[in-house]
Design a protein around this ligand. Structure first.
Ligand SMILES: [Zn+2]
Length: 342
């Protein structure tokens, strides 16, 4: 995995400290860093920096005001500072590319903005920095991070805290950037392609059959995929439920659901198959980078049941009334907030 966090912390600290007394507060405000956050960053030891570097998400997230900057030129006095900022943002933008992750999840940059920013020529990108308000900043509560590199589940919770910071930010400020991945167009794709995609992800045939209402077709595709060894044999026994997944792995369930809600369009109206595959991939990627074993992860069917339970409004993702953190609630079988139980 390509690591980013400690380098960006070092750059940020230097930028802010080098800005001098008169510009110090402006530099802090621009990077959306509170002075207590600066102190927190300043006090990180080598072990904690290593734990941060092992996270497959960036602590610093991309902020901007606008992409519409017209055709005006660049002011002379800002070349130097804009170039340093551009370099930092460019590093952040390389992170999802090198780690093959979704930019909204790994650096908090909406996909439309990300694609455009990447393709703009150098000088236009400098203009975006100057006029579009591009910067890297913090969206999570730094003091809540555990930074325990030896504990994979603690690392997963830190990723979750960082991503929840973005979920809150986008919901409050830029809701239009959430849920942009539309479901497959069933008219164009046909049920067999959809079934093959979901089965290849590892969703169990029973659930796929329930989704596309063609059990015979699903079973024959499943047999074909088994012959090609793209899927494992059917796991025996009955299908679990989302309640089971939440009870067994509350933080994993919440992580998958937050990612799904950030990516998938209209999750309350349908189980968004394409959004599901993208969200499951992001979740699986985070677990793999953290070296969490398959047995300790949710599988595709667990995640599918979560997406399905959300659509049926049997579970919700909302703020805990006690600790105020975003949590996952099984409405039929209240499970208690995992953050409060820690
Ligand atoms: Zn709580």
């Amino acid at each position: 995995m390509y690591a980013l966090n400690s380098a960006l912390i070092q750059m940020t600290m230097r930028r802010i400290l080098a800005s001098g007394a008169s510009l110090f507060n402006a530099a802090l405000a621009e990077q959306r860093i509170a002075s207590k956050d600066l102190m927190w960053l300043h006090l990180l030891n080598r072990k904690k920096l290593q734990a941060l570097d092992a996270l497959p998400v960036s602590l610093f997230r991309v902020f901007y005001r606008t992409m519409d900057i017209g055709r005006s030129g660049l002011d002379d006095d800002i070349y130097q500072s804009a170039t340093i900022k551009l370099l930092m943002i460019k590093e952040a933008v390389d992170f999802p590319i090198l780690n093959q992750s979704n930019p909204l999840i790994s650096i908090g940059f909406d996909m439309g903005g990300f694609d455009r920013f990447r393709r703009e020529p150098f000088l236009r990108r400098l203009m975006l920095i100057q006029k579009g308000g591009f910067t890297l900043g913090i969206r999570c509560n730094l003091s809540s991070l555990e930074l325990n590199g030896g504990d994979k589940e603690a690392q997963l919770r830190d990723c979750l805290r960082i991503i929840i910071g973005d979920y809150r930010y986008y919901k409050a400020n830029r809701p239009k950037h959430l849920g942009l991945i539309r479901d497959w167009n069933s008219e164009l794709m046909g049920p067999e392609v959809i079934a093959e995609n979901l089965l290849s992800e590892g969703v169990t045939p029973k659930l796929v059959a329930a989704h596309i209402s063609l059990p015979d077709l699903v079973n024959s595709i499943h047999r074909k995929l088994r012959r090609l060894q793209t899927v494992m044999p059917k796991g025996g026994g009955r299908i679990g439920s989302h309640a089971n997944a939440i009870a067994r792995h509350p933080f994993h369930s919440l992580l998958f659901m937050i990612i799904y809600l950030m990516l998938a369009n209209e999750p309350l109206i349908r189980i968004n198959g394409f959004g599901f595959t993208r969200a499951f991939n992001e979740y699986r990627q985070i677990c793999h980078y953290l070296e969490i074993m398959d047995d300790d992860m949710l599988d595709a069917s667990d995640c599918w049941l979560l997406a399905s339970g959300y659509r049926a409004q049997e579970l919700s993702v909302e703020e805990c009334k006690l600790c105020k953190q975003i949590t996952i609630i099984d409405r039929r079988k209240p499970n208690g907030c995992p953050w409060c139980k820690m």
